[in-house]
Write a protein that binds this ligand. Structure first.
Ligand SMILES: [Zn+2]
Length: 432
């Protein structure tokens, strides 16, 4: 396939090039000016449309997708722990195969339509653990999305559920070791719902298969005080002592980590995912993103996978906080690409020869000069996900001219509405 006349951009370090791109075997095979079409090649003249690497959601929960519009509990949650107890730990307990499937399908459709080509997901469905990651994988595969999946191990449902969670992670990691579209990690909920024994089992499993652990860390102050009061150490010490802080590990949030803990995390090279919309919505505080270092990324924590919007919100929050500025959320998006390259062992996030062809095409007409110096300004204040016209993943069209390839979205939504209604009824016993 040949793309003629692209305006190819990369956010960080910023670059803009007017070039042609040749895609073959899921990779960028050739780039340059005036490439000559080969016999039988599919040629698309993009007439200066923006082409950029597909965006990556560094931390999310597809299982929460069908909660959109659901009524809140009768007694509104008063703090973060109550948000978990009264909403998410009730919702995940009533998920069955049907609702896992439709949550993942609607979330995957949302993601690709916004130009997000990879989801790093953290799944929980305590009453339907075995095979749950395969349901998500198959759904994402049908849509064409790339995924890094894990099951959330926790002690909150007892030892049997914990062990099933560990087994689900191991099975999925083993099955997808060489998969070019999916990989597994070890999922763990958070230190405050895991004993030292359980944390150690997660760490050992990750070591055995040479993968990282994906875990929530210091999202709320309660995770920090739990470690201090019950274990007489910091939350980072607990994770470190139990083998959780591996190089590939993903720590979601890090809102309440101290300077010292963050310097420890930076030294090890863990990835820390910033989720600004979720943190604001849950009123847990503002993360010290400026201290996260080179391995800081961006996630949505269950919010729709619109990385344009997440990046904008994160940027405004940073400005509003008047804290020492960091490199900005576009840099975090680029860091997500580094993480993906590390996980898959292929080059993501560049438009160089040999890079994976996860690409998005935007219908963005700059009304002011767009240069390497102000590209980030155009990204934050001009571009948005509604401009995503086409999406390619692994060299294959997933969205073409705003149409999701192979899906009748309307009929998916008709079905997902019914599944969501039943899910809500199971959760709250509601009839409407
Ligand atoms: Zn999360």
């Amino acid at each position: 396939m040949l793309f003629k006349n692209t305006r190819s951009i990369v956010l960080h370090p910023s670059s803009i090039e007017s070039i042609d791109l040749r895609i073959q075997n899921g990779k960028i095979q050739e780039r340059g000016k005036n490439l000559i079409p080969k016999k039988g090649e599919e040629v698309h003249d993009l007439s200066g449309r923006v082409v950029m690497p597909g965006l990556i959601n560094g931390h999310t929960h597809l299982y929460s997708v069908l909660a959109r519009g659901m009524s809140g509990p009768k007694e509104p949650p008063q703090n973060f722990l109550e948000i978990l107890q009264k909403i998410w730990w009730k919702l995940d307990r009533v998920l069955d195969e049907d609702s896992i499937y439709y949550s993942a399908l609607v979330g995957a459709i949302d993601a690709v339509r916004c130009g997000t080509t990879t989801l790093i997901d953290h799944h929980a469905s305590p009453k339907s653990i075995v095979g749950s990651l395969d349901v998500i994988k198959e759904t994402m595969w049908e849509v064409g999305l790339r995924g890094v999946l894990c099951y959330e191990v926790t002690d909150r449902g007892g030892k049997k559920e914990r062990d099933k969670g560990l087994e689900e992670n191991e099975r999925f990691i083993k099955d997808n070791k060489k998969n070019s579209q999916f990989r597994g990690m070890v999922g763990a909920h958070a230190a405050f719902t895991l004993s030292n024994d359980s944390l150690r089992l997660c760490g050992e499993l990750a070591k055995k298969h040479d993968v990282g652990v994906h875990i929530h860390v210091a999202e709320d102050k309660s995770d920090v005080t739990d470690a201090e009061e019950n274990y007489r150490c910091s939350v980072i010490d607990r994770l470190k002592d139990n083998g959780i802080l591996r190089e590939d590990s993903i720590l979601a949030h890090g809102v309440h980590l101290s300077d010292m803990e963050l310097s420890e995390v930076r030294k090890i090279g863990n990835w820390i995912m910033h989720n600004p919309r979720s943190n604001m919505n849950n009123k847990v505080g503002y993360a010290p993103v400026h201290l996260f270092g080179e391995h800081a990324g961006l996630g949505t924590d269950g919010f729709p996978a619109d990385m344009f919007e997440e990046a904008k919100m994160g940027f405004y929050k940073m400005q509003d906080s008047r804290r020492t500025p960091h490199d900005g959320t576009p840099k975090l998006l680029q860091n997500n690409q580094e993480l993906l390259s590390q996980i898959f062992g292929h080059k993501f996030g560049t438009l160089e020869k040999g890079s994976v062809a996860d690409l998005i095409i935007l219908d963005y007409q700059p009304p002011t000069p767009m240069t390497v110096q102000n590209l980030v300004g155009h990204f934050l204040f001009g571009m948005n996900s509604s401009m995503v016209e086409s999406v390619m993943i692994d060299g294959k069209w997933v969205v073409k001219n705003r149409v999701l390839v192979g899906f009748d979205v309307e009929s998916v939504y008709e079905k997902s509405k019914k599944v969501a209604k039943r899910l809500w009824e199971r959760m709250y016993g509601m009839n409407s």
